[in-house]
Design a protein around this ligand. Structure first.
Ligand code: FA5
Length: 346
């Protein structure tokens, strides 16, 4: 009996030493000390041992149980320590490795241009307003004096969302939304994205406009000329020539296209090597925005009395201004995310 217990002890200690995980330790514990474990059964079998032998063998078995319990606990803590050391080793940072480079981000050139434009108008006391990109037919066309089926709507190649909703084709609907809610005097700019079914080197299906308008009791065309001339001379050069050319928009009367003197040929129409200027196509002028005095019909739509108020409005393409300012020939460069292009602006 004593020999049998000794060999049980040797065998159990070897098994414990061989355990390589917490799961294996648990398995060995159940095998020896569980309800039907080898040692548990032996302790229960003491009843069959002759009375005079029982104390000695009982004591031996109890010592064996304590020994197995101790060795299991010791092996378990040894395994945990090893696992911890391995984790520390594996997670440690190798400070001799070269670091990864983080490129600082830059503001997109269209955002830079937009901020510059907005800044000049804030300096003149204008306030910023915004409108929705998905606009209803009424605000995008009808209240801007373009009834349904009117041919003037053809000036804007429209993306339709539904019969009544469009992706706004210009920022002019913001004029209507503000005037519906507020009374003059108003001095507002409305920057934002607009959408047209257009796509070539100078036209993009999504681009940005800055709308501006001023409404009060005595606004004249000379106010429009003063504001826009100041703006253009701030963004371009102080001596930039500015020209107002008669044009047509259904929501302004009279209307004008505003040109600046060509920045490449200095308004000569020919370059230093006596070639016709490619940028202004030999005309010496570059079209930059549309403008005019707000049509009395538009005032009637928003409930203003056209006998009592007057105003001007203008709308410009931000990408076009950036193209002229930085000599960029293809509008698509702004949206292709080529870092070699984008990195040139800061
Ligand atoms: C308008 O959109 C008018 N709402 C502007 C206006 C406002 C006039 C208030 C009078 C009073 P137009 O369609 O011309 O007008 O566009 C204005 C500017 O947007 C153009 O001068 C041009 O710079 C720019 N633009 C027009 N279409 C595109 C396009 N597809 N891609 C990039 N820029 C464009």
């Amino acid at each position: 009996m004593l020999d049998a217990n000794e060999s049980l002890r040797d065998e159990a200690l070897v098994r414990i030493d061989q355990c390589a995980s917490e799961e294996e330790i648990e398995q060995v514990r159940i095998e020896y000390l569980g309800r039907k474990g080898i040692l548990t059964l032996r302790l229960r079998g003491l009843r069959e041992v002759p009375v005079e032998e029982r104390p000695r063998i009982g004591e031996q078995l109890n010592r064996l149980r304590l020994l197995i319990e101790d060795r299991l606990a010791a092996r378990l803590s040894q395994l945990k320590k090893q696992a911890q050391e391995r984790a520390i080793r594996e997670e440690s940072v190798d400070i001799s490795l070269s670091g990864s480079r983080w490129e600082p981000g830059r503001v997109h050139p269209v955002t830079l241009m937009m901020d510059e434009i907005v800044d000049v108008f804030l300096g003149m006391g204008f306030e910023i307003a915004r409108g929705p990109d998905i606009e209803d037919d009424y605000h995008n066309f009808e209240a801007l004096n373009m009834p349904k089926d009117h041919p003037a709507r053809g000036m804007w190649d429209t993306f339709f969302v539904s019969d009544d909703l469009v992706l706004r084709t210009h920022t002019s609907p913001v004029q209507i939304r503000i005037m519906e809610k507020r009374q003059p005097p108003l001095q507002i700019i409305a920057p934002g994205a607009v959408y047209r079914h257009d796509d070539d080197a100078t036209h993009s299906p999504m681009f940005h406009q800055v709308e501006g308008f001023m409404v009060d009791s005595h606004i004249a065309f000379s106010d429009l000329k003063g504001v826009l001339t100041h703006f253009l001379r701030q963004v371009f050069r102080e001596d930039t020539g500015v020209r107002f050319r008669p044009s047509f928009f259904p929501f302004t009367e009279p209307s004008a296209e505003v040109d600046i003197q060509c920045l490449i040929c200095g308004g000569q129409g020919i370059t230093a090597d006596r070639q016709s200027c490619r940028v202004c196509k030999g005309s010496g002028w570059l079209e930059i925005l549309g403008a005019g005095l707000i049509d009395p019909e538009v005032f009637r739509f928003v409930g203003y009395d056209p006998e009592k108020v007057a105003g001007f409005a203008f709308g410009m393409g931000v990408e076009r201004i950036a193209m002229l300012k930085y000599g960029i020939e293809d509008i698509r460069l702004f949206f292709q995310n080529d870092l070699r292009f984008l990195r040139q602006f800061s």
